[in-house]
Design a protein around this ligand. Structure first.
Ligand code: OAD
Length: 249
């Protein structure tokens, strides 16, 4: 894909880079997004029936089974060229912080380090009463959908993800927001920019004077304000950027 001529030089001269990713970053690995028409999870299921503490209290088995199916799907996929391009991009800047809304560990599998998971991780389980982590060995060796919690007599195992109405992991948002204020370049990749507080990060970076680069095949509320809005897929745009950096453009 053809890139704006001043995009790669802007990245090359950047000291600090913040990267925010959303479900679109995992789409080319085969993980469905949430809001894409027809294919998105929220096009098929009602989030209030599956992704809230109230839904879990009402029907723990339905919620547990749905997340268990998503876990199995995610366990079967691999990172794509876009994930690896982000790992390679680290060598072209002093510091890169990767903040993801995704719960699928694909960035970590590709080799990205110090990833901040704003919405938790689907492969982890926690106690519904205490929030304490529960080992997968316990999950695998205890019956029940969901299994009982080892940490509380009335507790059950629940997915280690952030549900609507819940707090983000302690410190994660603060670290991400600080990076938004300090960065020279902020990428917003594969997110509809609809879910707060994550959606406010690229705008905070913009207000702090950073160069904002959006990668998304479809327009979002950020597109008209971003310095560069690349209407392309994550793999297409990130590999093109890496080629440009590697070519010394
Ligand atoms: P969405 O499903 O809302 O948005 C995905 C975005 O990715 C859309 O804007 C698509 O146009 C874009 N997209 C699709 N394919 C792409 C590709 N190959 N490359 C690049 N972009 C692509 O997902 P998020 O913005 O991540 O939260 O949603 C935010 C949060 O809402 C999620 O973390 C989840 C969800 O409910 C919780 O459950 C708390």
């Amino acid at each position: 894909m053809k890139l704006p001529t001043d995009l790669v030089p802007a990245i090359r001269n950047a000291g600090k880079i913040l990267v925010l990713t959303g479900a679109g970053m995992s789409a080319e690995s085969g993980v469905p997004t949430f809001r894409d028409a027809q294919t998105g999870l929220w096009a098929k299921y009602r989030p209030e029936e599956l992704a809230t503490p109230e839904a879990f209290a009402r029907n723990p088995q339905v919620v547990w089974d749905w997340y268990d199916q998503r876990r199995k799907n995610i366990a079967a996929v691999k990172p794509h060229a876009g994930h690896f391009a982000l790992v390679d991009m680290e060598q072209y800047c002093n510091s890169m912080l990767l903040v993801t809304q995704n719960v699928d560990s694909l960035h970590q599998q590709a080799g990205s380090r110090g990833v901040i998971e704003l919405h938790g991780n689907i492969m982890h389980s926690i106690c519904s009463r205490t929030g304490k982590p529960i080992d997968n060995d316990w999950i695998d060796s205890n019956p029940g959908r969901p299994p009982a919690s080892p940490h509380h007599p009335l507790g059950q195992a629940r997915p280690g993800v952030v549900w609507f109405g819940e707090q983000l992991p302690a410190g994660a948002l603060e670290q991400a927001m600080k990076a938004a204020h300090d960065c020279d370049i902020c990428f917003s990749i594969g997110t509809s920019t609809l879910v707060q507080p994550a959606a406010s990060l690229p705008f905070a970076a913009l207000n702090a004077g950073a160069v904002v680069i959006e990668i998304n095949p479809a327009p979002t509320s950020l597109s008209s304000m971003a310095n560069f809005s690349l209407q392309a897929t994550a793999a297409e745009a990130l590999t093109a950027i890496m080629d440009g950096l590697a070519d010394g453009k």
